[in-house]
Write a protein that binds this ligand. Structure first.
Ligand code: 5GP
Length: 408
């Protein structure tokens, strides 16, 4: 069972905490709270801490950061709301933390007086806004745009934000990091088009929930986008991935508002630590980095060499083999090679495209108009020793005759 033991408290205001979640960097003996487990009791035994509310969080947490912006700007006293590092309860996948937040997500707010725990950042924000409506700005201007931008952010950006810091798909509804990153930028443009023109905040003169929700995501985007090949992610009309209007608002917040500046430092400090640990080394995998030379398939894709195309969508191209090894012989290739010079270069980043290629091959293999009948040989030659000549992954779909096994 969870047991919090109060050890010491120091500063009077949350906004005075260095790095927000100071506990993490303090020696264990001076941590505000420590956790112990008791096997002798079946019920939770909690020594009441001095704060009415405990915010379980981490400095680098994007979702937690919005709640801290509200806390810092409202200058909510630490006696009302204290920040606890999730690491102090064993990390976000620990049994202890899961008993606070069943999703294992950050942040959570535990109200010590009512015993209620709020395990979702937007709800924590709204709780703080209403509980501390007498302190600082309301974050709720008389303008529905604030809620609309906050909701847009949560529906379309939060759901794919893992593309900024994780290598393995899916990223929300997107199967590739590249697609998700492009969408992330597109959604920032949608928000920038909704912004008030005058500012200084997203919805005009007053700071709002929209600012608190969007700001941490832009910290992440500004830190991470430059690590990618940004041109690969932009469409023809785009000059930059973070729209200029958002960039200007973001810089203004950092330059003029201490609460936003503090959260900026908290998140980017955490991201820089991840940098040092090589966290991003896996980011590219084969995803966007592809320094291998072009092949003749690039010329086919560019229309420079004619080909008899039998199937095409946004991701794949299928065309008849120029030198057929069977009455029906079609090659299916990814339009974007993304490092897939051969199958053995595939990584989890390629889950989606590999699935697309297989489904397309399966459809072609039953297409009688192309000379396929009942049964086909689907082949991928991996490497020169296996007969691969063109180093751009391709699936051979062969049909219209019987095939021997084992193959030669
Ligand atoms: P691999 O040997 O690399 O597995 O297969 C490459 C395939 O590409 C071969 O079957 C070859 O006949 C086919 N191929 C090579 N050049 C061309 C071309 O210019 N057009 C088309 N349609 N197929 C080609």
């Amino acid at each position: 069972m969870l047991k919090f033991a109060l050890i010491a408290t120091t500063s009077s205001r949350v906004h005075a905490l260095t790095g927000g979640i100071r506990l993490k960097t303090m020696p264990t003996s001076t941590a505000i709270y420590s956790t112990t487990t008791s096997s002798s009791s079946s019920s939770s035994s909690i020594t009441p801490p001095p704060a009415k509310n405990l915010l379980f969080d981490l400095p680098v947490s994007n979702n937690g950061a919005r709640t801290r912006i509200i806390m810092y700007k409202k200058e909510i006293p630490e006696s009302e709301c204290a920040v606890i590092s999730v690491m102090d309860v064993g990390g976000f996948k620990s049994e202890e933390y899961l008993s606070i937040n069943p999703q294992g997500k950050i942040p959570s707010l535990k109200c010590q007086t009512t015993g209620v725990t709020i395990a979702e950042s937007d709800t924590v924000c709204r709780y703080l806004m209403s509980s501390y409506s007498d302190l600082g700005p309301s974050f709720q201007p008389d303008n529905p745009l604030s809620n609309e931008i906050a909701r847009f952010h949560d529906m379309y950006l939060t759901t794919i934000q893992t593309c900024l810091y994780r290598a393995v798909p899916p990223f929300g509804i997107f199967g590739t990091r590249k697609d998700a990153l492009k969408e992330y930028s597109k959604q920032l443009y949608i928000i920038s088009n909704m912004m008030d023109d005058e500012g200084p905040y997203l919805c005009g003169k007053e700071v709002s929930l929209a600012d608190a929700s969007v700001f941490p995501s832009v910290v992440f985007a500004s830190f991470m986008f430059p690590k990618f090949d940004q041109k690969e992610l932009m469409d023809d009309q785009q000059q930059q991935l973070v729209p200029k209007k958002i960039e200007e608002w973001f810089q203004r917040m950092i330059d003029t508002d201490v609460a936003f500046q503090k959260v900026y430092e908290e998140i980017s400090g955490g991201l820089a630590k991840w940098d040092e640990k090589g966290r991003w080394d896996t980011i590219w995998l084969a995803g966007l980095r592809d320094d291998e030379p072009d092949t003749l398939f690039d010329k086919i894709l560019a229309g420079e060499i004619p080909a008899s195309i039998v199937k095409e969508d946004d991701k794949i191209l299928a065309f008849k083999d120029i030198n057929p090894a069977a009455p029906a012989h079609v090659l299916v290739i990814p339009k974007d090679r993304d490092g897939l010079t051969r199958l053995s270069k595939s990584t989890p980043e390629h889950y989606e495209i590999l699935g697309r290629l297989m489904v397309a091959a399966g459809e072609i293999a039953k297409d009688e108009s192309l000379g396929f009948g009942d049964g086909a040989r689907i082949v991928i030659n991996d490497g020169a020793k296996a007969g691969q000549e063109v180093f751009h992954l391709h699936v051979h779909v062969l049909g219209g005759r019987d095939f021997n096994w084992p193959p030669g």
